[in-house]
Structures are given as structure tokens and as C-alpha cells.
Design a protein around this ligand. Structure first.
Ligand SMILES: Cc1cc2nc3c(=O)[nH]c(=O)nc-3n(C[C@H](O)[C@H](O)[C@H](O)COP(=O)(O)OP(=O)(O)OC[C@H]3O[C@@H](n4cnc5c(N)ncnc54)[C@H](O)[C@@H]3O)c2cc1C
Length: 393
């Protein structure tokens, strides 16, 4: 009988769950430890575009292609760019047959959870620290209990990973950019004009060194981000987040002089207003292999959300680490091969994301956003055609 390493995954985000699923398919049992108390503790956040050569590929390897297609919103891939006067600078509306469908984060998590055997996830387990045993295994320490020993601990625990310090002394640094998140429910019925303004996909507007990004999510929900280049403490000092109506009025005030049609997106917010300072690890972040511990996803290479690559990279890391562990008899070598490949694979993506955030909100920001949208429109129309050809061959 094959003997497998005893594996713990920390974090039931997209990366951790996709790895658990891939290993389950390969006949390798795992336990996932997640700090949230249960699966429906909180909505998981906004919409994600899942890319063909990373996120979709990983879901295919996880045997979830059909299930993914059932929750993917191909009809919501549009892009619109406005200037601050409300002038439409660029529109890419005819996108239903493109290859980067949107999916709500909660729907993606539910899909992955449903694909795992019962008892794979230990909810309400917030990792506090990891203790190394003399025999090379590791013990996990939670608030009131411990678990282990484990041969391999995979940190899929996001930006503020508690596993990362075992292999790296880097911590994510503030990028200088803060998102203020807001939401609008039932937009088609309650705010048809805003629904039309945003269209089927994403609206972006830029001017005066600030920006708005608003994305259509499932169930007629809009999720928006007001984007500023500010010191990290600015948002907490400026807004009373515990008083949503006051925070909303203050946020709308930041867009004085903008077209009322755009500012109305903020006035219509009926949700909490939440600060999201954006942190990233350095481009090229890597570590020396340490037996028994590794990282995937944001824990390994958190980057700015510009480019929409984070979740796709996390899913691909999961698929690749899973594949290495299934195919390579010596699991230590499998982990080493995963790390080497991941460090090389993520370089361009992380660099692209760092370049994008460096020029965000600059004097040429609107022009650069338009060029990016034009490139995407061309590239992804073509990619879809080549994917279709590949499938029909
Ligand atoms: C505002 C914003 C917008 C974004 N938009 C996009 C986008 O459009 N497209 C895109 O691709 N990416 C986007 N991202 C990035 C994306 O969210 C991440 O790259 C992705 O979620 C990474 O997945 P992950 O599984 O590595 O980590 P996470 O999704 O962060 O999951 C980590 C999991 O670990 C758990 N956890 C954390 N600490 C512990 C602990 N100590 N013990 C136990 N469990 C723990 C968490 O509760 C969570 O369930 C965005 C990020 C932000 C901040």
C-alpha cells in the first residue's frame, strides 16, 4: 500500500480548497484548518474573473469544469472606462463569448467545499503558531488545542500567513494604494440608471488622482471600490466606518466635481463601507526549501489586485502542488519542484501587478487604463477563438 505524507493545509480559501480537492482526487487524504467558524460565516467577497490558462485549467484538473461552467457568468465580462465628466472613453460590451468568465467568490468557495469529503475542513481553527518536532514533523497550535504531527504543512492562509515566517522573513508592505469598498443591492430594480451605466461587467472611472471601479456581481449586486493614493492610516482617520451613512457622504465628498451619474454610485450604496489598504510581497519573493513546510497563493506571493491574477495564481499553485505530490513518489522532492516552478511562474505576473499599481492614479492613468482594456479586448477575443479551435480538434 502506498504511504502518503500526513498533510495539513492552513486556510480554506480558493488555494487551500483547490489543493485539498486535487489531492483528494489523487487519493491523498488531507485536513484543512480554517479560522472561520463555519462555511457561511461571512460572504466571501466580490466577483473574480477566472482565466483559461490558470484558474480554469486548475478547476479542470480538479474535475470541476462542468460545475464551474454552471456558476460562471460569461455574460458579465464587459469593460467600460469613463473620465470624471462621465464621458465614455472606451467600451467593450460585446463580451459574452470571451474566455474570462466572472464568478462570485462565495459561489466558487461553495463549489470547492461541495467537492470535498465531509470532515475535511476543521472550522474554527485559527492557527497561532507552528512548532517543529525533532523528527522533522510539525505540530499546529490553535487557541485552545493542538494538532499533529504533520509531515507537510501547506500555508494557504493568505496575506497575513502564520506559516510564512517559517520560511521567509518578508512581510507584505503597503503599496500606497487604498481601496474603499462599497456595495449596491438589487441594482436592476432599485437603480436602473446605475445598472445601465455599469453595463454587464466592470465600470472604471479615473480623474483628479482617484478612481472608481464598480463590478457587477451575481444576484444584481454591484460592488465598488473608490481608489486613492494615500498614507496607510488615512482611511481610518478620515471615515467613520461604524456609521455607514456618514462614511458614504464623506466618500461621495471625495469625488466633488465628478459627474453626478458617477457619484450616484456611492450615494446608492446600501452596504457597509470598508477600507482595503492594498499590501504586496516583493516581486521575486522566494525562500530556501525547508522540509515539511511550503506556501501557495497569497501566502507565497500576495500582489495588488490590478490584473485580477491573485485567485488564478492561487488555483494554479494548488493544481501544480497537487500534481507534483501525486506524481512524484518522494514527497519532499515534489514540494521542492513545486516551489521552484512557482517562483519562476509568478515572476511576470507579480511584475505586471507591481507596474500596474505604480502607475495607477498617475497623470497618464486614464490613457494607460484605456490601452490595457484595448489589449485585453483584442487578446481575449483571440484566446477564446483558439480555445474553441483546440477543443474542436
Ligand atoms: C480588494 C481586493 C480585490 C481583489 N480582487 C481580485 C480579483 O478581481 N481577481 C483576483 O484574481 N484576485 C483578486 N484579489 C486577490 C484575491 O482575493 C487573492 O489573490 C485570493 O483570494 C488568494 O487566495 P488564497 O486562497 O491564497 O488566500 P485567501 O483567499 O486569502 O484565503 C486564505 C484563507 O485562510 C484563512 N486563514 C487566514 N489566516 C488563518 C489562520 N491563522 N488560521 C486558519 N485559517 C486562516 C482565511 O480565513 C481564508 O479562508 C483581490 C484582493 C483584494 C484585497
Amino acid at each position: 500500500m502506498a504511504s502518503h505524507p500526513h498533510i495539513a493545509i492552513i486556510g480554506a480559501g480558493p488555494g487551500g480548497l483547490a489543493l485539498a480537492r486535487t489531492l483528494h482526487l489523487g487519493g491523498i487524504p488531507v485536513t484543512v484548518f480554517e479560522r472561520e467558524p463555519h462555511a457561511h460565516f461571512r460572504p466571501q467577497g466580490g466577483t473574480l474573473d477566472i482565466h483559461p490558462d490558470s484558474g480554469q485549467l486548475a478547476l479542470r484538473h480538479a474535475g470541476l469544469e462542468i460545475e464551474f461552467r454552471q456558476i460562471a457568468r460569461y455574460e458579465d465580462q464587459g469593460n467600460r472606462l469613463y473620465d470624471k465628466t462621465g464621458r465614455l472613453v472606451f467600451a467593450d460590451d460585446d463580451t459574452a463569448n470571451r474566455d474570462r468568465p466572472e464568478v462570485d467568490r462565495t459561489a466558487l468557495r461553495n463549489l470547492l467545499l461541495a467537492s470535498l469529503p465531509a470532515n475535511t475542513i476543521r472550522w474554527d481553527h485559527a492557527l497561532q503558531e507552528i512548532r517543529a518536532n525533532a523528527d522533522g514533523t510539525h505540530e499546529l497550535v490553535f487557541e485552545q488545542r493542538t494538532a499533529g504531527p504533520f509531515d507537510l504543512v501547506v500555508g494557504a492562509d493568505g496575506t497575513w500567513s502564520k506559516v510564512r515566517p517559517l520560511v521567509s522573513r518578508y512581510v507584505p508592505q503597503y503599496t500606497g494604494i487604498t481601496f474603499i469598498e462599497f456595495g449596491i443591492d438589487d441594482v436592476d430594480v432599485r437603480h436602473p440608471a446605475l445598472s445601465t451605466l455599469v453595463g454587464r461587467g466592470m465600470l472604471q472611472a479615473e480623474g483628479d488622482g482617484r478612481a472608481l471601479i464598480v463590478q457587477r456581481n451575481g444576484n444584481a449586486h454591484l460592488r465598488g471600490y473608490a481608489i486613492f493614493r494615500v498614507p496607510v492610516e488615512w482611511a481610518e482617520k478620515t471615515f467613520e466606518f461604524s456609521l455607514p451613512s456618514a462614511a458614504r457622504a464623506r466618500l461621495a465628498g471625495e469625488f466633488e466635481g465628478w459627474a453626478p451619474a458617477l457619484v450616484n454610485l456611492i450615494h446608492a450604496c446600501n452596504d457597509q463601507i470598508v477600507p482595503r489598504p492594498i499590501y504586496a510581497l516583493p516581486v521575486g519573493h522566494h525562500w530556501l526549501n525547508r522540509t515539511g513546510v511550503t506556501l501557495i497563493g497569497d501566502a507565497a506571493h500576495v500582489m495588488s489586485p490590478f490584473g485580477g491574477e491573485g485567485v488564478n495564481a492561487a488555483l494554479l499553485d494548488a493544481a501544480e502542488l497537487g500534481r507534483h505530490l501525486i506524481e512524484t513518489p518522494a514527497w519532499r522532492q515534489a514540494v521542492q519542484a513545486h516551489e521552484e516552478a512557482m517562483f519562476a511562474r509568478i515572476l511576470d505576473t507579480a511584475q505586471g501587478s507591481a507596474d500596474a499599481i505604480a502607475t495607477e492614479l498617475s497623470h497618464v492613468g486614464l490613457q494607460l487604463s484605456m490601452e490595457t482594456m484595448q489589449q485585453h479586448a483584442r487578446a481575449h477575443a483571440n484566446q477564446f477563438r483558439s480555445a474553441e479551435n483546440a477543443i474542436s480538434r
